[in-house]
Design a protein around this ligand. Structure first.
Ligand SMILES: Cc1cc2nc3c(=O)[nH]c(=O)nc-3n(C[C@H](O)[C@H](O)[C@H](O)COP(=O)(O)OP(=O)(O)OC[C@H]3O[C@@H](n4cnc5c(N)ncnc54)[C@H](O)[C@@H]3O)c2cc1C
Length: 350
């Protein structure tokens, strides 16, 4: 089945829905624009987050345009509340997300249209908004000896809460908020925990300052403008020292070790010869942008990233990436969705 539309949106997380909400003002759903999402139900990546990630422990979820997020109990899991909110949003604005639909490849046609190949047929469009997030591309670094490890290795993407770690000796690798939350949850019932990071963690004291937030976003923006791989916004804002994090530091839960030199069957060895025994490695090492389906467009440059101008791919004005680099937060995704639609309307008018 082949269909022609003006704009295809790939992904119905915060970024895709914000873009669709803007598109809905100018185009008809299904004939003017279409949204594809790989997940079987609304919620984007939130539906896969671990049950112990609640409104108390999450960083802060910013509402989608024109509809407030419900104010649930602090103990409510985001994986339940946000998918319901997204479902309501899709209904209220008649966004008609098509799911489950996987986009396999996007190619450029000789007539300058884009061909979007999915597992449910082929669509063509004049412009594309890519909002595929990062959840589907967990990043597993490789270390010497990793294949010899006899214990359990898992990634944040597979974390389901502390029960999995009861009685285990756990090494948590990674310097971000996920690693800290895992450690704080696991420590009370694990036999032991160790926190291992490449760099010294950057703690952020005091209230979040919007100027520092803007500075951090600008730094990530500058990287992607130069065609470098984006860093997460949190990697430049630092880790907030909440009362819980302070207490965990005082209790020794967040004493950090530098990176090991190699992994052995029952633990790891450091450059100074120290050996620490553990039976579980939890890789809290983040995610990468899920962009494999865009490979046929040849957007990646020699510096490993895609050079961007705002949300627009510098080398191809038909393609916008939202929820990418500086817009990889719920608030950033909203702005990016709006900005992408504004530029696409200008492009289509020429
Ligand atoms: C553990 C964790 C906690 C976070 N906490 C916060 C927080 O508290 N506050 C905050 O602002 N941000 C937070 N973030 C960042 C947050 O994920 C983003 O801000 C935002 O929710 C991501 O939205 P998105 O629309 O870009 O991606 P997603 O929510 O990942 O949505 C992408 C959608 O695209 C679909 N998709 C992917 N590939 C394809 C394909 N080929 N074909 C079709 N569909 C496809 C996916 O199925 C998915 O539904 C967190 C991230 C993580 C990993």
């Amino acid at each position: 089945m082949g269909r022609e539309v003006e704009v295809v949106v790939i992904g119905a997380g915060q970024a895709g829905l914000a873009a669709a909400h803007s598109l809905r003002r100018y185009f008809e759903p299904e004939t003017g624009f279409v949204v594809f999402d790989h997940n079987p139900r609304p919620g984007g990546a939130w539906q896969h987050r671990w049950p112990t990630l609640t409104f108390k422990t999450v960083n802060g979820v910013y509402q989608l345009p024109d509809m407030p997020v419900p104010t649930p109990e602090e103990s409510a899991p985001v994986a339940e509340v946000i998918p319901e909110y997204f479902a309501e949003y899709e209904r209220a604005f008649d966004l008609r997300v098509q799911r489950p639909v996987s986009v396999r490849a996007v190619e450029s046609l000789p007539d300058k249209r884009l061909e979007v190949e999915t597992d449910r047929g082929v669509w063509t469009a004049r412009a594309l908004i890519n909002a595929t997030g990062t959840w589907e591309r967990p990043f597993w670094p490789r270390y010497r000896g990793q294949e010899t490890f006899r214990g359990l290795q898992l990634h944040t993407a597979q974390y389901r809460g502390p029960e999995q770690f009861t009685g285990r000796r756990v090494a948590v690798v990674g310097g971000g908020i996920s690693a800290i939350q895992h450690l704080m949850e696991i420590r009370p019932t694990a036999a032991s925990t160790h926190w291992i990071t490449r760099r010294e963690p950057q703690w952020r004291d005091g209230e979040f300052n919007p100027d520092r937030g803007r500075e951090a976003v600008a730094m990530v923006e500058e990287r992607v403008r130069r065609g470098l791989r984006p860093r997460s916004v949190i990697s430049v804002t630092g880790i907030p020292l909440t009362p819980e994090v302070r207490a965990a530091r005082e209790a020794g839960v967040l004493d950090r070790l530098p990176m090991f030199d190699r992994i052995e069957p029952d633990g790891a060895v450091w450059a100074d010869g120290r050996f620490i025994e553990f039976d579980t490695i939890l890789w809290a090492t983040g995610f990468r942008a899920a962009l494999d389906h865009l490979a046929p467009l040849g957007l990646r440059g020699p510096r490993g990233g895609i050079a961007m101008d705002g949300t627009r791919v510098a080398a191809d004005p038909r393609v916008h990436l939202v929820g990418y680099g500086p817009s990889a937060s719920t608030i950033g995704a909203n702005r990016a969705g709006r900005a992408a639609v504004r530029e696409i309307r200008e492009l289509l008018a020429t």
